[in-house]
Design a protein around this ligand. Structure first.
Ligand SMILES: O=C(O)CCC(=O)C(=O)O
Ligand SMILES: [Fe+2]
Length: 282
């Protein structure tokens, strides 16, 4: 099945709301391959860290910087997806189409039944500011629903339009970085709180300054997602978390995900985030 490119209406919607969901972007076949490999991925699980919320529930996440030829890398580098990112993410006039989109990192996020933790209100740029990226408009995340995500299993919540507030002060909230509650409360007085439910295969693009959170997974169903984050060559990190240099993405055809022989993460010392050492967590 051919994926359709992003429309000008969708670009407008993203600029206005700070997020954009596309339903069924990945086919059931593509997501079930992703899910099967993710569930059996020993390297991802060996390198996973626990992130505790304030009530002691925990999410497990594996985060790595360089995108490879594994199933996640093929997905994160797939042509139509990279093209959509290029059209959505701010670029200076005159920049060349598509050739300067960089992969920042990807993470596999596991919120298991009953124990999967909540995420406090934050902007991803609350973390990335510490990495001294200068241009938040040139950064975004793409969440891919590996399982369905709904209110019961703690789907993402966003405040529509909050990316236009710019960066909000962040402080520590347990092990997580949380946005100023005062600004969250003020934002909620005039902007809409949206529960972004996803069916497996749906994707959500969101701006690095959109305020978002999620509740714990108290249901019997897992909530797994892959979140890949992007920047541009014109927006580098001056205080990097990793020695991996941000380079333009070498994209792959959309069909690579199903047709190429990809597995889970390679066991060769990929650049995983370490909870103790990472500057964005300090
Ligand atoms: O998966 C979630 O519920 C939120 C995760 C998130 O916002 C993050 O990792 O920055
Ligand atoms: Fe986030």
């Amino acid at each position: 099945m051919t994926k359709t490119s992003i429309t000008t209406d969708q670009i407008e919607q993203y600029n206005r709301d700070g997020f954009l969901a596309i339903r069924g972007f990945f086919s059931p076949e593509e997501v079930s391959k992703l899910y099967r490999i993710a569930v059996e991925d020993n390297v991802a699980s060996k390198n996973a860290i626990n992130v505790n919320d304030s009530s002691g529930k925990r999410s497990r996440l594996s985060l790595w910087y360089k995108p490879g030829d594994d199933v996640y890398g093929l997905l994160a580098r797939s042509e139509t997806l990279v093209d959509a990112i290029d059209r959505l993410m701010y670029k200076d006039t005159g920049a060349t189409d598509g050739q300067d989109v960089c992969h920042y990192h990807s993470k596999l996020m596991q919120k298991e039944p009953h124990v999967g933790g909540a995420w406090e209100w934050h902007q991803d740029y609350g973390y990335w500011y510490k990495n001294e990226f200068l241009f938040p408009d040139q950064m975004m995340s793409v969440m891919v629903g590996i399982t369905d995500a709904n209110k019961e299993n703690g789907c993402l919540q966003v405040i529509r339009g909050s990316h236009r507030m710019g960066r909000v002060e962040h402080g520590f909230s347990g092990e997580q970085v949380g946005a100023s509650q005062r600004f969250v409360d003020l934002a909620l007085q005039t902007m809409e709180l949206v529960y972004v439910t996803l069916t497996a295969g749906d994707i959500l693009f969101f701006h690095s300054n959109i305020l978002h959170r999620s509740e714990a997974n108290l249901s019997v169903k897992p909530r797994w997602s892959l979140i890949s984050c992007y920047s541009r060559t014109s927006n580098i990190s001056h205080n990097p978390s990793t020695s991996t240099v941000l380079e333009p993405i070498v994209s792959v055809p959309d069909h690579a995900l199903l047709e190429w022989n990809a597995e889970g993460l390679p066991d060769n010392g990929a650049d995983f985030l370490s909870k103790e050492a990472d500057v964005s967590l300090k």
